[in-house]
Ligand binder design. Structure first.
Ligand code: MIC
Ligand code: SF4
Length: 639
């Protein structure tokens, strides 16, 4: 039978199969510092002395603002751990994990599991690249398969080619417009059609990167002559392999996009699927423009920006910040003179790191309009709750920076001629190789690196206070905010747990601790966004035992299960009857987790039955019975 590319890679990596899930062999892993410290504490707890993958890389790119000792201590810990356990270490300043991984390590046809939701960036080079919580990545580093629900494969047929000033970002914004932030759940988006060959690898990576915002398992492009040219430019032609779907492969769903009919677009506050054409915003003044992030900071993106800025000045009422994606990009911009054009325009050059994308600096002023080439515009993520963040292509962003207002970039005249070189500057000196034999490597642990909190096996009965009732699309930024104040606490669950839901209910943490055992009520797509397991681990620490929601985002649902929190599914009627402050009783939980009975839930005050279910695979049931994945892995090791 003719196969999709997704099917081919899955078939080559299946090690287990149940009626609902595939267990896949993971070839490569990546971590970043904000999720990495926990992932490596978890790997240590598993007890192996070497990673079992073909390649594992630890990047430092999120917490690079060192306003106290915490982040620097984390960096040292990560460096030592990497050396000890056989992991490559990409030093702070080398760039954003996804950009660097694409440039230096990604291999078509391989599987990649990363403790960051934008790991699907690797799909731009033909990898099956999936984001997950740190504990899942730790398990993969220990050689265990990674389980995904059997996905639907969506064929995205790209036709024709983009017009000047319209870019890859507009393609993914168009997909988001059609599919929405919850439309990708349980799906893999496979890009195909004659339009594919018109897109470079970094452009493809912009699309697969932001496929995370669809809630998709991942997104993938074929590996073709364009991929080969990219790998040749990176001095890695040996890693290239031709990969494409078979002629006539059948997709579960189909999306068709005529590239020549797309216009420049923006995602309006506060959701990546709130899409309008730029012409609808024209004239609106813009206070801040930020160009960078793992979505749009490739050499081509920044050379285009530099060409547009050349001999022009940033508008006096607008601040422009530019963060190149990697040291390679920055060094090449410096070498070819484009950096001079950027500096002369009045742009502020930021570190090659995530920076403002995760609220690490550059928070805009009160009520500001901020135009960003990033992938997320959730309320408050910029560090300024009242800010209005719009997501656009670099083309739109640079046009806004010059004019101080929203403007269709096509009004700037001819699109600049950008020649991306055939060979890139290769200097891997900021990637440190691990020790051949790590047993004697000492790991330095700063005082903020605290041991992992533990959870006992699942209780058979529970009485839970409803601590919060929430609406649709609650993000992990809502549950466990980031930003320069909170991110340094990622290695200290007790300290970071003080901030759980702090943007929604300041007293949440104290209230949860007082309640002893609690639960959350939410609607659709609970936990969308980041892979941060802190959004499950910190609530677990505060005594949250269950989340009742209409539906869950994939990575967060797994994180809840991994930390022993029940993901309970409710219908609209039940949602409407459950209120904050109510007490919910759960009985016979263990038989529900053995699949022998349904979950027995009732309102403690009225004794009325609550209609709900916990749909789980047998593996997930076993993990929850043990009180989480770490306990489950240890029980397997014990036999
Ligand atoms: C994000 O973009 O939200 C992050 C920060 O990269 C997260 C990871 C984290 O919270 O550390 C992600 O996307 O998974
Ligand atoms: Fe970093 Fe932003 Fe990309 Fe997350 S989305 S990895 S914070 S650049």
């Amino acid at each position: 039978m003719a196969k999709t590319l997704t099917r081919k890679i899955i078939d080559e990596h299946i090690v287990q199969e149940t009626p609902t899930e595939y267990g896949l062999k993971i070839d490569q892993t990546l971590t970043q510092d904000a999720t990495g410290t926990m992932a490596y504490l978890e790997f240590e707890a598993i007890g192996l002395n070497r990673v079992q993958t073909e390649l594992s890389v630890s990047y430092v790119d999120h917490n690079t603002l060192q306003s106290g000792f915490e982040n620097a201590d984390d960096h040292r810990f990560l460096q030592d751990i990497a050396k000890k356990f056989g992991i490559y270490y990409s030093r702070p300043g080398n760039g954003i994990c996804h950009q660097v991984h694409l440039e230096r390590f990604g291999v078509p046809g391989k599987t990649l599991l990363g403790s960051d939701s934008h790991t699907p960036t690797g799909g731009g080079i033909g990898m099956l690249a999936i984001g997950a919580g740190g504990l899942d990545v730790a398990a993969a580093m220990a050689g265990m398969p990674f389980n995904i629900p059997k996905p639907k494969v969506v064929g995205v047929f790209l036709k024709s080619q983009l017009n000047p000033w319209v870019s890859a970002k507009d393609i993914i914004l168009e997909v988001l417009r059609r599919v929405t932030v919850k439309g990708g759940v349980g799906r893999i988006f496979e890009y195909t059609g004659d339009g594919v060959k018109t897109l470079s690898v970094p452009e493809r990576a912009t699309i697969t990167n932001m496929g995370a915002e669809l809630g998709a398992t991942t997104s993938i492009f074929p590996s073709d002559e364009v991929t080969k040219a990219f790998l040749v430019a990176q001095g890695r032609q040996g890693d290239w392999k031709y990969l494409r779907p078979d002629e006539g492969a059948l997709y579960d769903e189909i999306i068709e996009i005529d590239l020549s009919r797309l216009d420049p677009m923006a995602a309006c506050p506060h959701s990546p699927d709130n899409i309008v054409p730029i012409k609808d915003l024209a004239g609106k003044s813009v206070d801040q423009v930020l160009i960078g992030s793992c979505t749009n900071s490739s050499l081509k993106d920044l050379m285009m920006v530099a060409s547009v800025l050349k001999n022009r000045k940033v508008h006096p009422d607008t601040s422009l910040g530019i963060a190149p994606g990697s040291k390679q990009v920055l060094a090449m911009l410096a070498e070819n003179g484009a950096l001079t054009d950027i500096i002369s325009s009045g742009a502020r050059i930021l570190e090659n790191a995530c920076g403002p994308c995760i609220g690490m600096g550059q928070s805009p002023r009160t009520g500001a309009v901020s135009v960003r080439t990033f992938n997320r515009n959730f309320e408050g993520r910029s560090g300024t709750k009242s800010a209005q963040v719009y997501l656009t292509s670099p083309e739109v962003a640079v046009a806004c920076a010059l004019t101080g207002r929203f403007i269709d970039p096509r009004e700037l005249g001819d699109y600049p001629d950008i020649i991306v070189p055939d060979t890139f500057l290769i200097d891997d000196s900021m990637i440190l190789a691990p020790a051949e034999e790590g047993s004697s490597v000492e790991v330095m642990r700063g005082p903020n690196i605290k041991p992992l909190p533990k959870r006992a096996p699942m209780e058979d009965t529970l009485e839970l206070e409803v601590l919060l009732k929430l609406a649709d699309n609650i993000t992990t930024d809502d549950i466990m905010p980031a930003g320069s104040k909170i991110l340094p606490l990622r290695s200290n669950i007790e300290a970071i747990s003080e901030y759980v839901f702090s943007g929604i209910d300041e007293g949440f943490s104290a209230h949860a601790k007082k309640a002893g055992a609690g639960c959350i009520i939410a609607r659709e797509n609970y936990g969308q966004g980041s892979s941060r397991e802190h959004a499950a681990l910190a609530p677990m620490y505060l005594g949250i035992k269950a989340v009742f929601a209409r539906s869950f985002a994939r990575i967060h649902r797994s994180n809840l299960i991994n930390f022993g929190i029940l993901p309970v599914v409710i219908d609209e009627e039940t949602y409407n009857t459950m209120e904050k402050g109510a007490r919910i009783g759960l009985k016979n939980i263990l038989s529900a987790l053995s699949g022998k009975a349904g979950l027995d839930a009732y309102d403690v005050t009225t004794d009325k039955k609550i209609s709900c279910a916990v749909p789980l695979s047998p593996r997930e049931q076993d993990i929850l019975k043990e009180g989480g994945l770490l306990n489950f892995i240890k029980s397997k090791v014990r036999g």
